[in-house]
Design a binder for this molecule. Structure first.
Ligand code: OAD
Length: 228
């Protein structure tokens, strides 16, 4: 494999999706074994479902938390965390990058480890397998602070992410099907702003925005790819 000398780049950005966590044992969303193959998002991952039956939606997310806590970050997560000054934008809600030691991770789609009250705007960090509480002190149901189908992304988070994409000179996309917007537009944005763009995926999109495509699994490719 052609290796990348990291000292050639000043601003390195990883952009990750569910495939980044696949080798940790966290299921992806689409394809074989995908979350949306097993569960109907209209029942578990949209505001309407939550309004209809908050407890059912919260229990689904609690199961996902338990499954994620039973998984561990892999060597690929650790390689990313070990690159000085690196930035990470992830679509993942599982917190695996942080568990591997990455700091300042931009979580585009929110996180399983935070809840919010849409009535009084309280935000609660909650990291256990089970939720400490399902209700806010004001009496309303707490909602997972995750971007569900039909939700708008937080404009502050999107702005911050776009700025990082525009500033980077090496953009490495890993494990995303590129189907969910606005995240799906980030590789093209990076290329437009002059970054060298790489895709790592066992089933690469083959998108023209990439200068280089590496067909392989994140956990196998990342430990071999860089010269520090
Ligand atoms: P997808 O499930 O759509 O795509 C996963 C991608 O990972 C596919 O392209 C796989 O080929 C690839 N893949 C699988 N195993 C891999 C491995 N070991 N190494 C590298 N790549 C691998 O997941 P996302 O693109 O992340 O939204 O999905 C985007 C969003 O859709 C998610 O953030 C989620 C979902 O609805 C929310 O939760 C809001």
């Amino acid at each position: 494999m052609d290796r990348i000398t990291l000292s050639q780049y000043r601003r390195i950005l990883f952009f990750t999706g569910a495939g980044m966590s696949a080798e940790s044992g966290v299921p992806t969303y689409r394809g074989k074994g995908g979350v949306w193959k097993e569960y109907d998002y209209e029942e578990y991952a949209c505001q309407k479902a939550f309004d209809r039956n908050p407890e059912k939606v919260l229990r689904f997310h609690e199961l996902r938390r338990q499954a994620v806590l039973d998984c561990l970050p892999h060597e690929g997560h650790r390689v990313i965390a070990g690159i000085p000054g690196v930035k990470v934008i992830t679509q993942n809600i599982d917190g695996m990058h942080q568990r591997a030691g990455s700091e300042g991770v931009i979580e585009l789609h929110g996180t399983l480890w935070r809840l919010r009250c849409d009535r009084c705007r309280t935000v609660v960090e909650d990291h256990g397998k089970s939720y400490e509480t399902l209700k806010c002190a004001c009496g309303a149901w707490l909602r997972p602070d995750i971007i569900w189908f039909g939700d708008m992304l937080d404009p502050v988070v999107v702005r911050k992410a776009k700025r990082s994409v525009e500033e980077c000179d090496l953009f490495i996309s890993i494990g995303t099907s590129g189907t969910v917007w606005p995240a799906a537009g980030f590789p093209a944005l990076a290329r437009e702003w002059g970054a060298y763009c790489i895709e790592i995926n066992p089933e690469p999109s083959g998108g023209r925005e990439y200068h280089r495509t590496i067909a392989g699994n994140a956990g196998a490719v990342l430990p071999e790819l860089f010269i520090f």
